[in-house]
Design a protein around this ligand. Sequence first.
Ligand SMILES: NC(=O)c1ccc[n+]([C@@H]2O[C@H](COP(=O)([O-])OP(=O)(O)OC[C@H]3O[C@@H](n4cnc5c(N)ncnc54)[C@H](OP(=O)(O)O)[C@@H]3O)[C@@H](O)[C@H]2O)c1
Length: 342
Amino acid sequence: MKAILIDQWVTNLSDLRISTVPSPKCGANALRIRVTHAAITHVDLLYAQGRHQNNRRHVRLPLILGTEFAGVVLSAAPTSSFRPGTRVFGFGIGSFAEEICVDEHQVRPVPGHWTNAEACAVGGSAAVAFGALGEGCGNVKAGQSVLVLGASGGLGVAAIQVATALGAAKVIGVVGGAEKEAVVRSLGADAVDYRDDKWPTRVVELTDGAGVDVVFDPIGAVDDGLKCLKYGGKILVVGFAARGGVMEKVSMNKVLLKGAGVIGYRFGEQSRRSPAETSVIWRNTMALISHNKIEPVVYEQVYQGLENIPQALEDVSKRKVWGRAVVSIARNEHVHSESPRL
Ligand SMILES: NC(=O)c1ccc[n+]([C@@H]2O[C@H](COP(=O)([O-])OP(=O)(O)OC[C@H]3O[C@@H](n4cnc5c(N)ncnc54)[C@H](OP(=O)(O)O)[C@@H]3O)[C@@H](O)[C@H]2O)c1
């Protein structure tokens, strides 16, 4: 099969090449999946460059890149709850390829009202956002206010929708530029542009001077988040997309003065440590999806084929993209599927 395999970390994304590699060997209970679509996430940028914390332990070279996908089950164990032909979406290292093997718990059936491209855009983001904002972590309650940093990104658009579904009375998204403001507003959130230095003041104004109850931070801006926080509020540290590998240093007196809770949330590690908790998160996330509380936000550019993955990665790294960039990998006629909605 064709895949984007690396045997050394890349500094230049345009150096990525398609290789012909053997089809993956699936374990007895794994699903073999024809990948129809692959998402381009910030994690993919970090994995390609060997700059993610997982590259020290779980995700080592040689490596087929790609982390989130949608596809069609090609084969499954007789005991599996998935049948060949079922459309699925989820997580799996090695999704920049024509086929992937994953354990059942890594995928969910594509809802009937979504195409595979749409399911791919949601990927794991809604579940990550639910894990961070929901019970046991952010505990967002009805009537609260939530600030979403990196709000036009893949995780950001999911966080806006999950916060709204949890009953937040006000959700404010921080973005760079008018096009991204429009994306955030289309999801029902207020939008604030970080290119105005006074944006934290604007956030506080939008909460009538109170500040927000919860900050969802996938970009690494706790110091700014604290400026927007209500006394006794929480900051959820989810990622560092804006840091370029250099972590921020925060004066702890600011945490004390706000009586703030600063909580790190790491979906993958939680899943390894507590699979039962992750199943509940997925169940709740799928319930939101079935009630149309989560809508896919697919970036407008159509990326066709594995050969366009380097371009899509470049576009994400240059912050051209909003929502999730999705690359179509298998043409419909190559896919053995019971469903026409690919
Ligand atoms: N904790 C977890 O379990 C978990 C799971 C998945 C991902 N993550 C992490 O979450 C983060 C986001 O992932 P993603 O896939 O959603 O990324 P993404 O789709 O590429 O979005 C990144 C966002 O960051 C914003 N951004 C980048 N540089 C910025 C800057 N200098 N100032 C302000 N905003 C900036 C961009 O906003 P503009 O385009 O408006 O500038 C964009 O909205 C990554 O760090 C990823 O590693 C964590």
